[in-house]
Design a protein around this ligand. Structure first.
Ligand code: HEC
Length: 245
């Protein structure tokens, strides 16, 4: 196991240090042990991803939000450097292979790209995932995978300033949140830089926060993120705690 890991890491480092964009083909034979997957991606914003998190190609069993196998993309990856990862053989237990942000326990926070292995049941060729360019700074992840999917329909996407005067669309969210006074709770702030626990954003999304506002935001988050909701909450808290006034 340790040997395998070292091998993949070495292969990965070798690949990422080459900035020609060429991808090494057929790193491993695709034998009867399982199907091979190859990911190509350009990453930016790695320096703004909190060190508790990793961008990885991760294999998951169905209904399990802890990854079975993880191939880490190094935190030192420079902006726009092409990265290529080859997983030579996936076990048949794997149901999805995802480019995901995971935490230190290998728990999924959000999935940036996902393939369902059952769609490839008859494939014997290497399965290729081209994830294009992904931006993994904390705020970019939040914008694209939380605000854009679960919030902006009420907070700004329809034009105007959004519910409670809070606009969470791209380019607006930060100034609308960071150290901005609540329009609903006198004397409180939507986000207090460096302190998740004092931030209204944290409070309304946390368990027990259902009745703080006239709209149940805890439910918004859990209905979108299901099993991943705890990890998503923690990710939001880590973003807030990392903000400087
Ligand atoms: C279905 C509509 C809807 C969705 C979806 C929604 N909100 Fe809201 N939000 C509201 C409403 C309505 C209020 C004002 C509630 C009140 O007046 O008590 C509000 C208020 C807020 C406030 C308090 C603003 C202030 O100034 O006090 C925050 C923070 C907030 N929402 C964040 C979010 C986030 C983050 C998401 C996505 C995870 C989200 N909302 C999704 C409708 C929504």
């Amino acid at each position: 196991m340790a040997n395998k890991k070292t091998f993949f890491l070495a292969a990965l480092l070798a690949l990422t240090s080459c900035d020609s964009g060429n991808i090494v083909e057929d790193v491993a034979e695709n034998d009867e042990k399982g199907r091979a997957v190859k990911l190509s991606v350009k990453v930016s914003g790695m320096a703004d991803l909190n060190e508790k998190y990793t961008l990885a190609l991760a294999a998951f069993k169905s209904d399990d939000n802890y990854a079975l196998t993880v191939y880490t993309i190094p935190a030192t990856t420079e902006d726009n450097a092409p990265v290529s990862i080859v997983v030579p053989s996936l076990s048949s237990e794997v149901s999805t292979v995802e480019l995901a942000i995971i935490d230190r326990l290998r728990q999924r926070v959000v999935s940036l790209e996902s393939i369902d292995m059952s769609d490839y049941a008859k494939t014997t060729d290497t399965i290729r995932i081209d994830a294009g360019t992904v931006n993994v700074g904390m705020l970019d992840i939040l914008q694209q995978h939380v605000f854009n999917v679960a919030c902006i329909q009420c907070h700004g996407a329809g034009g105007g300033s959004g519910a409670a005067g809070l606009n969470l669309t791209e380019g607006q969210a930060l100034q609308n949140l960071q150290d901005a006074a609540s329009s609903r709770k006198e004397g409180r702030f939507r986000v207090v830089s460096g302190s998740a626990s004092q931030s209204l954003l944290h409070q309304i999304l946390a368990e027990g926060g259902e009745d703080i506002l006239h709209y149940n935001h805890t439910e918004v988050l859990s209905s979108h993120f299901k099993n991943d909701v705890t990890a998503v909450r923690t990710f939001i808290d880590d973003w807030i705690n990392g903000l400087k006034k």
